[in-house]
Design a protein around this ligand. Structure first.
Ligand SMILES: Nc1ncnc2c1ncn2[C@@H]1O[C@H](COP(=O)(O)OP(=O)(O)O)[C@@H](O)[C@H]1O
Ligand SMILES: CC(=O)N[C@@H](CCC(=O)OP(=O)(O)O)C(=O)O
Length: 293
């Protein structure tokens, strides 16, 4: 377990959805530190729900099979054959690895996908290219969330670890962007926070040039920023907006490779990454606890 003395009292009994992206999972050491942080949250009485990505891991597997990964507007072009790989890598390799690491601390992590108890339902999502709708195959957009199974796990003290795969209404299975899935779950669960762990310390101004990280954004400011966003940051900001406008207290984009970033952002410690808050809501000034080893 982590030795971080984070003050998590304000989040006692509250649900926190933590999305960990594939780029924050490329080193085993980062994953182990992440598992320790999530376990520390639970030990402090917070109810963590983990949603994971695995884009780079899927791409690596496709390449091993001799297939070149393809993306449109940041979404993977997903043929039925690609979907088999997506499901195998996300719900197999990545989810199993996370569950195993979490269970080393306390045997309470349970893996699932949006298919289980039909937690997520999706419809086909199209990419937009110059205002044109482009068919990208079995890519889904979440239309419904049934939070009952996740709620049962939380009530039993378990840590759900969820892969971003969702069934349609006709038996088809969709590949859902993990940021999008995390936001939909955070809203449906009435979560207090959404934390999106990636490989950058938040939204950088003037990207890809050098620029400061934007530490706090209101919903209106984030919306004004959206047209200038590119790459992986676009779905993250969209997800944070969905969460905060859907009732989640705040959403954070953090560097998941930084030790204790998750605990720092949730405790009353120094602000990290970018925090997105509702318009007109004065954020309580945060205290001074520090995490250190
Ligand atoms: N304004 C920005 N600030 C920081 N990173 C940005 C920005 N715009 C795009 N990015 C890119 O977004 C990436 C994170 O998204 P992504 O690669 O999808 O990560 P993940 O696997 O965690 O979902 C960063 O590594 C960076 O290359
Ligand atoms: C439709 C779509 O693009 N799905 C993503 C799902 C995984 C994901 O979102 O992983 P990260 O969080 O690591 O980016 C993909 O196939 O890569």
């Amino acid at each position: 377990m982590s030795s971080c003395p984070a003050d998590l009292a304000p989040l006692y009994g509250r649900t926190v959805v933590v999305k960990i992206g594939g780029h924050a999972m490329t080193a085993e050491a980062h994953l182990r530190a992440f598992a320790a942080d999530v376990t520390a949250l639970r030990a402090a009485g917070v109810r963590p729900v983990v949603v994971h990505g695995g884009g780079p891991q899927i791409s690596a597997h496709l390449q091993r099979l001799g297939q070149e990964p393809a993306f449109r507007s940041g979404l993977r072009v997903t043929t039925p054959e690609t979907m088999d790989v997506v499901r195998m890598v996300l719900a197999g390799q990545v989810q199993r690895n996370l569950v195993g690491l979490l269970n080393r601390h306390a045997p309470v992590a349970v893996g699932m996908t949006g298919e289980d108890a039909r937690t997520l339902t999706a419809v086909r999502r199209y990419a937009l290219d110059g205002g044109r709708r482009v068919d990208i195959g079995l890519v889904g957009e979440v239309t419904e969330v049934d939070p009952a199974l996740v709620g049962d796990h939380l009530a039993a003290g378990r840590i759900p670890v969820i892969s971003s795969i969702a069934p349609g209404t006709e038996g088809e299975i969709y590949n859902v962007n993990a940021d999008t899935a995390a936001a939909a779950l955070a809203v449906a669960l009435g979560a207090e926070r959404l934390c999106v762990l990636t490989d950058v310390d938040g939204i950088q101004q003037n990207w890809p040039g050098p620029g400061p990280v934007l530490r706090e954004l209101t919903v209106s400011q984030a919306r004004r920023l959206q047209p200038d966003l590119s790459g992986g940051m676009a779905p993250k900001v969209e997800a944070c907006l969905t969460a905060v406008t859907g009732g989640v207290g705040s959403a954070h984009i953090l560097d998941g490779r930084r030790e204790h970033a998750l605990l720092h952002s949730l405790s009353t410690g120094e602000p990290l990454g970018t925090r997105l808050v509702p318009d007109g809501v004065a954020q309580p000034s945060e205290g001074s606890s520090r995490c250190s080893r």
